[in-house]
Design a protein around this ligand. Structure first.
Ligand code: NAP
Length: 341
């Protein structure tokens, strides 16, 4: 029988290790559990809030006045499509990096550059996770969802997920009705590793990509991440707190006059993506900045960290301060990547 607990502290379920209680809390292990949680939420007149690994979330100190459902739908299945491609059908509650490790061990190419990203499989399409030159949208065939409005299961194909940089339909008002219950990826048994991203290029500068194995690639990504990003077992964090800003070419030209060294990546539509970490370090002088129990991580300022005793309000105060400084110095309005509730 499914249990609905009351006033469950959520700091134990978020990697920031902050946040107040959930009014109600339950574990979701099947679609039938979602149906029950939806009914319960209706009875109580509260919204249903689905929680994954809590690794991209900042929960307010007053908690969430909702039925918080922790996604724990499991399942990992491979299906050969032809002599080359296989589908990997995986439950939303599975750990993302365990799923990547499994594919690598089976010699299937496509998600190895996404090694080491914390969180669940179900959360991966929500922000179209991306790292080291790969995004999940490149291998995602479809997403199985439960529609909270109609109470029915449904399949969304890649196009219907409306993926863009760190974004998808699931982050929009239109997509809020969907609970992701499973994901199907299309993986290639005869692929080749992608070592085009600068950190990987540097790591494998003496190798041809055909000589780099899936295992080598995964180990390299895990190692690069370890050296740059905070370890969620050691301090509270949700990884990159902000999105890297994408600005019009004209705006970039103005900034570039003032900051000729500013790294920049022109996009096909003419806009320019700027590494926010560079701005925080070099324009805003925030390298290693700390304010009481919160701060910017020393080797990756995009990652805000909880040094042990921070509240969510402490994090929010720092966020507001960083946004103001970036706006004053560059005129850029930066946006959070982390979901704030
Ligand atoms: P980085 O490599 O220093 O890159 C900083 C920024 O430059 C990112 O916006 C990155 O875009 C962009 N960039 C670099 N090379 C590019 C290229 N050849 N073409 C277009 N854009 C390029 O960043 P990092 O902090 O060390 O992170 C490494 C990778 O992991 C990045 O892909 C980053 O997005 C990802 N990551 C994601 C999270 C998260 O929480 N979501 C956390 C840490 C790292 P992209 O972002 O498009 O790569």
């Amino acid at each position: 029988m499914m249990e609905f607990l009351e006033f469950v502290p959520l700091n134990q379920y978020t990697t920031f290790r902050t946040g107040g209680p959930a009014r109600y809390f339950c574990h979701i292990r099947s679609v039938a559990d979602i149906v029950r949680a939806r009914e319960f939420a209706k009875e109580k007149g509260l919204p249903l809030f689905v929680l994954g690994g809590g690794s991209n979330l900042l929960v307010s100190d007053s908690g969430i006045n909702a039925v918080v459902a922790k996604m724990e739908i499991m399942g990992r299945k491979f299906r050969e499509v032809d002599h080359r491609f296989s589908e990997f059908i995986v439950g939303a509650g599975e750990n993302w990096d365990d799923a990547v490790a499994l594919c690598v061990s089976k010699g299937l190419y496509g998600i190895e550059n996404l090694s080491g990203i914390p969180g669940t499989v179900g959360a991966a399409p929500v922000q179209n996770i991306g790292a080291y030159g790969t995004e999940i949208r490149e291998t995602l065939a479809r997403v199985n969802v439960f529609d909270l409005e109609t109470g029915e299961e449904k399949i969304l194909n890649n196009e219907e997920c409306k993926f863009s940089y760190r974004n998808s339909i699931f982050k929009t008002k239109e997509g809020k009705r969907y609970v992701i219950v499973g994901v199907t990826l299309l993986l290639d048994s005869q692929g080749r590793v992608n070592i085009g991203y600068k950190d990987l290029k540097e790591r494998f500068k003496d190798s041809y990509s055909k000589d780099v194995s899936l295992n080598d690639l995964r180990s390299a990504v895990l190692d690069i991440r370890k050296n740059k990003l905070p370890d969620i077992r050691e301090c509270g964090t949700a990884g990159s707190f902000f999105k890297n800003p994408i600005i019009p070419a004209k705006k970039f030209a103005e900034l570039n006059e003032k900051y000729p060294d500013m790294p920049n990546f022109p996009l096909p539509n003419g806009d320019v993506k700027i590494p926010l970490a560079w701005i925080l370090d070099n324009v805003c002088g925030l390298k290693g900045f700390q304010d009481g129990p919160v701060g910017l991580y020393k080797t990756q300022p995009l990652a805000l960290i909880n040094l042990g005793t921070a509240s969510s309000q402490d994090v929010l105060n720092l966020v507001a301060r960083i946004k103001d400084i970036v706006r004053e110095k560059t005129g850029i309005l930066i946006e959070e990547e982390v979901i704030i509730v």
